[in-house]
Ligand binder design. Structure first.
Ligand code: ATP
Ligand code: ATP
Ligand code: MG
Ligand code: MG
Length: 285
């Protein structure tokens, strides 16, 4: 290190280390995607290419950062989850968030032309993302966080599907559709879709109704009903650096899968105990 009289400025940097032994969720969200989706003529309410592009970029993030256990995406947002025993960047908030945001954005832009070959990206309409890290103290609350995002996906998608069907198929104006939907509950929207347009919401694509979950694939396990995954604390011992390197290598070998399933009920987590435990499972043969 070169000694200079300017070096003291380093001491102005403040620590932003996240609490140990807690789940870290980095949620990123597209900036101004309402406008961006108009500009590039995304299909309403769900542009499949845009969702596939989000998922493809997120898979690359999962591949580059083996410390990630699971990710969940909907619309222009993605939540990336680090295990409580993660030691990446000594758990520094800024480093974790900026690495995820920039890696994701780089891949999103790199892959854009593959998904939108006839709509080249041009300034000033370039996609960018914000990001934040939130820590959650135990498995139950982490799962509640994931459930919160998936419920949000469901509520928004039912609303958007009904709204855009009323506008695009029903010929209603945006304001009239909005007015009619004010104060309605899920059952009302299901009924509008079915009675007026013959659409059974249940038959909509899972990717739209459930969002997307990414995780590393190992052999599924039989759910063990005796073990409670909701109360169990996830960390007991601190892993050594060599243990962590070994686990990281094993994780890199697993395939990252793209799934559209319920992550609110226990079943998803019980069949894939490696997600909450952080211990890689058996690679499928
Ligand atoms: P902010 O910068 O505050 O996040 P925003 O315009 O991005 O503002 P969001 O609440 O994040 O607002 O909503 C994202 C918007 O992007 C959606 O409301 C929708 O209009 C659009 N959008 C995102 N993904 C898609 C998609 N796959 N298909 C169609 N529209 C989409
Ligand atoms: P900001 O980005 O300015 O912090 P935000 O928290 O609304 O605002 P998002 O990350 O875009 O930013 O929001 C994520 C989700 O949280 C959105 O679906 C939004 O509707 C919802 N949300 C925002 N505020 C609240 C709140 N106070 N309580 C519950 N849900 C909220
Ligand atoms: Mg946004
Ligand atoms: Mg959003």
């Amino acid at each position: 290190m070169a000694n200079s009289r300017f070096e003291y400025v380093k001491s102005f940097e403040q620590s932003d280390v996240l609490l140990p032994n807690t789940w870290i969720v980095v949620r990123i969200d597209g900036r101004g995607f309402h406008k961006l989706s108009d500009h590039y003529a995304f299909t309403k309410p769900n542009d499949r290419r845009a969702l596939d592009l989000m998922n493809a970029a997120a898979v690359e993030v999962m591949k580059e950062l083996p410390d990630l256990c699971i990710a969940y995406g909907v619309s222009d947002e993605y939540s990336f989850v680090f295990h409580p025993n993660c030691q990446l960047f000594e758990r520094r908030n800024g480093k974790l968030v900026t690495t995820i945001v920039s890696t994701f954005t780089a891949h999103y832009i790199y892959k854009w032309s593959e998904y939108f070959p006839d709509r080249p990206l041009l300034p000033p309409h370039l996609p960018s993302f914000d990001g934040r890290a939130v820590i959650y103290p135990n498995n139950r609350i982490l799962r509640d966080y994931m459930s919160w995002r998936q419920v949000d996906c469901h509520i928004n998608n039912l609303y958007n599907t009904t709204f855009w069907t009323m506008v695009l198929q029903g010929g209603m104006s945006n304001t009239d559709a909005e007015q009619e939907l004010k104060g309605t509950v899920s059952a009302d929207k299901n009924e509008i879709l079915f009675k007026r347009f013959g659409i059974n919401y249940n038959n909509e694509l899972e990717i739209y109704k459930k969002g997307t979950v990414l995780y590393r694939q190992y052999e599924l396990e039989e759910p063990k009903p005796t073990k409670s995954f909701t109360d169990e604390e996830s960390v007991e011992s601190k892993q050594s650096r060599s243990q962590q390197d070994k686990i990281r290598k094993l994780r890199r070998k697993a395939q990252v899968v793209i799934d559209h399933v319920d992550i609110i009920r226990d079943e998803f987590w019980e069949k894939r105990p490696w997600i909450l435990s952080g211990n890689p499972g058996k690679l499928p043969v």
